[in-house]
Unconditional design. Structure first.
Length: 107
């Protein structure tokens, strides 16, 4: 599932009704869903994590060295994007790399 920018809503009845699990005004950029853990990548702050398919969320910041204004992400197509303003704008900083599986961002 991919959310461009916005909160997270879900349906349990094939799309007849929808319910928010993270407020629609939240700046969510990407969602990774496993069984039963769901991760949401937000432009600001740590990563919301749900261990019950989105019924409840906790904010995970353990292991993060800081919450700097610099944020970055990589793609399976070998591209890397970075933002210097907490995700308000993005620049492509690398391309033509192998699929990106993780990034280390240092100030």
């Amino acid at each position: 599932m991919n959310v461009h920018v916005g909160g997270i809503v879900r349906t349990r009845d094939a799309g007849e009704t929808w319910e928010p699990t993270i407020d629609i005004c939240t700046d969510v950029h990407e969602v990774w869903a496993g069984e039963p853990v769901v991760f949401a990548a937000c432009a600001l702050g740590p990563c919301p994590v749900s261990e019950d398919r989105g019924d409840s969320w906790c904010i995970e910041d353990e292991g993060l060295h800081a919450t700097p204004e610099l944020v970055a992400f990589g793609t399976p197509q070998g591209r890397v994007f970075a933002s210097q303003d907490e995700g308000s704008s993005w620049d492509e900083v690398a391309r033509g790399l192998p699929p990106i599986e993780c990034l280390l961002v240092t100030p």
